[in-house]
Design a protein around this ligand. Structure first.
Ligand code: ADP
Length: 166
């Protein structure tokens, strides 16, 4: 049985993440979405909120019953081992992602030879989407409903100060 870990911050989970997760579900028997609890960046959603949003989104995928969503901290390779995942899946949008992912993959593989890193290329409609972009557009009053599942739009709206609601 093959099990992959798809780790990330998912602040919030968006359609680009879900495209990678859906494709990972076709490649692996089980997919564990690892929500990294304390990244070195400003967050909009708490770890519990990001977990809840990812859980609901994963349930809606084809084969979503074969996915688990778990919050983790510490080294991703250690969490992969704990979760029994022999593969880490990452998404690649562009050359900026590539440079970062290349270095991260080398580091992870250097630390854990038993864990493979597999990168899937972003599909064109999602290749420009990032969680940072979703948060920025939303925070400035923009409409992001085409980039995220409906329940994520609702969660974003609940974060909007009443003074900005329209
Ligand atoms: P990070 O590790 O940079 O915090 P995220 O949590 O936003 O990344 O995303 C987790 C994974 O999803 C990373 O591998 C990232 O490259 C990938 N990813 C993010 N956005 C997209 C997208 N639009 N299409 C495909 N993959 C994506």
């Amino acid at each position: 049985m093959s099990r992959a870990l798809y780790p990330g911050t998912f602040d919030p989970i968006h359609n680009g993440h879900l495209d990678i997760a859906q494709r990972a579900l076709r490649l692996f028997d089980e997919v564990v979405v690892g929500v990294y609890d304390r990244p070195n960046k400003a967050l909009l959603f708490s770890a519990e909120e990001r977990l809840g949003l990812a859980l609901e989104a994963m349930r809606a995928l084809d084969g979503g019953e074969r996915a688990k969503v778990v919050v983790y901290h510490g080294l991703t390779v250690e969490f992969a081992r704990q979760a029994g995942a022999g593969t880490i899946v990452r998404g690649l949008r562009n050359s900026v992602d590539f440079d970062y992912e290349w270095q991260m993959a080398q580091t992870n593989h250097w630390m854990a030879r038993d864990v493979e890193i597999v990168c899937l290329f972003a599909n064109a409609p999602y290749s420009f989407v990032s969680a940072t972009l979703v948060r920025e557009v939303f925070t400035l009053g923009g409409d992001v409903h085409e980039l995220v599942p409906a329940h994520v739009t609702r969660a974003l709206l609940a974060k909007r100060p009443a003074s900005q609601a329209h």
